[in-house]
Design a protein around this ligand. Sequence first.
Ligand code: APR
Length: 282
Amino acid sequence: MSEEDTQLKPTLESVAEQLKEGKFKNVIFMVGAGISTSAGIPDFRTPGTGLYSNLQRLNLPYPEAVFDISYLRRNPLAFYTLASELYPGKFEPTDFHKFMRTVDRKGLLRRLYTQNIDTLERIAGVSGEKIIEAHGSFAKNHCIDCKTEMSNEELKRIVWESNPGKTTIPKCKKCRGIVKPDIVFFGEGLPRAFFDSMDEDFPESADLVIVAGTSLTVSPFSQLPEMVDDDCIRILFNMDAVGDLGTRDNDLLILGDCDKNVRKFAELCGWSLDEESEEETS
Ligand code: APR
């Protein structure tokens, strides 16, 4: 490998050095369900353990129907049966979430694009204004027809407490339409904030991009890594290579368990992932 090639080809060690030297001040994360699997939340497509391989009990026409808006109208029980297993509140952030919090606390985080609806980025303590929940979240609920809001307390009371042992579909007080959490279903548009941030962030505002725990299967999120400037280093923490990661000389693929590998990366940066031992960035 020639001299300039070695400069081009980044390694975890060289990127950690540059982070410590303050070379990267605008880190952008692009993450998916794989960063939450060690929290106990299944991802979607890993064969055998992914959510889409374990929905037989819902008798769906196809797995993604559980998150399809037209199917919800016909059979809302499928989603609400699954929602009880996914509802936030019983899961803890993983080491990968803690790493993103550390990058934020060091003042180096520009944006965190997530496809996840588990809100573990917020629970980990990442600054809310840096987080783009591209596929929405359970944070709020609205009627799918007249958009009237319903509180989480009321939704949970209706669905799981109003008729113990049964799942009751929440209906809008105003128009009797079905109420659902603000998760982006197939057939719905992504939040405005996703497109506004995308316009601001790409192609050149990031100086380091970290993609993790995603199959990059679902558009338009899956297009984000390709929008990054050619001279920006892109690191992938994932079980397997995905998207166009690995096609550029300055891409870095770290394949395997993302928590284990990000712990090694944090160590190389000299950072602890525990909240207590983090010094605030001066
Ligand atoms: N470490 C590293 N990679 C992991 C780990 C782990 N511990 N666990 C899972 N992965 C990888 C899987 O190998 C897979 O490549 O994470 C990826 C998860 O891919 P998906 O299950 O497709 O999840 P995601 O990419 O987030 O799905 C995108 O699909 O159904 C929609 O809206 C839903 O937001 C979701 C979107």
